[in-house]
Write a protein that binds this ligand. Structure first.
Ligand SMILES: Cc1cc2nc3c(=O)[nH]c(=O)nc-3n(C[C@H](O)[C@H](O)[C@H](O)COP(=O)(O)OP(=O)(O)OC[C@H]3O[C@@H](n4cnc5c(N)ncnc54)[C@H](O)[C@@H]3O)c2cc1C
Length: 215
């Protein structure tokens, strides 16, 4: 670890609290506040101001469940954007030996944390989405829709296009989450240590390409 003068730094290593997580956590919090605010204004304030429609009940689940995937996918994009900028930097200078600027170096170093936070938010989004039909509001809305359908003398409300859209949407969501879980598993040190560089980058990069292609 170098000369004796570094001992102060070395002694502090065991008491550091998640040093690599500060930037990614701050980015996730800032994005969450931004997207929560955006959904709140768009889905709650706007209908209230326009039609005096009170949708405030949507705040704990629906608005949160809009925010979670949006932040997750933005963080995932940030994970892979850094690699593209690094590639552009190398192409521009025509060498892979020139050091990256400090900000890009820090960004590249925090991709694991950004990816894992993205995975965590996606996992919570899955749970929230599974709970959507359990809500009381959902039951009332369904009853109201059924009542209106009877009033309109409509026997069958089946919409083929809508059915296909939602089936595909859910299927790709589950598939993407499965692929993302694969990335998260290979981040566990005991597993990543058992992979060589080619295997690790094959899983991390190819899995992401497949997922983004589907997304
Ligand atoms: C759920 C989840 C978990 C993740 N876990 C991890 C993890 O545990 N660890 C981790 O590191 N990342 C992790 N990530 C982040 C990401 O998947 C990986 O960093 C991935 O390897 C990035 O691939 P890349 O092609 O964008 O970048 P890289 O393969 O790093 O390439 C970026 C650029 O750097 C340059 N470059 C790459 N290799 C070299 C080299 N040998 N010499 C010179 N230049 C080079 C090239 O210009 C290249 O385009 C995770 C992401 C998610 C979503």
């Amino acid at each position: 670890m170098g000369p004796l003068s570094l001992s102060r730094y070395i002694e502090n290593i065991p008491i550091q609290l998640f040093p690599g997580w500060k930037g990614p956590v701050l980015a996730a919090v800032a994005l969450s506040i931004f997207f929560f605010g955006y959904s709140f204004i768009r889905d709650i304030i706007h209908p209230y101001v326009q039609h005096k429609q009170s949708d405030f009940y949507k705040i704990p689940i629906e608005i949160v469940n809009h925010t979670l995937p949006t932040v997750a996918i933005t963080l995932l994009a940030l994970v892979y954007l850094a690699g593209q900028l690094a590639a552009a930097h190398q192409l521009y200078y025509g060498t892979k030996y020139k050091q990256f600027p400090q900000w890009l170096e820090g960004w590249l170093q925090s991709r694991k944390q950004l990816g894992l936070i993205s995975f965590f938010l996606a996992a919570v989004h899955v749970l929230y989405s599974l709970c959507l039909p359990l809500r009381r509001s959902e039951k009332y809305l369904l009853l109201n829709a059924a009542y209106q359908q009877i009033h309109a003398n409509m026997e069958n409300s089946w919409n083929e296009e809508e059915v296909w859209r939602v089936e595909m949407y859910v299927s790709f969501g589950i598939m993407s989450f499965g692929l993302m879980s694969f990335l998260a598993i290979t981040s566990i040190p005991s597993i990543s240590n058992s992979l060589n560089w080619r295997e690790f980058s094959f899983i991390q990069v190819q899995t992401c390409l497949t997922r983004d292609g589907k997304g």
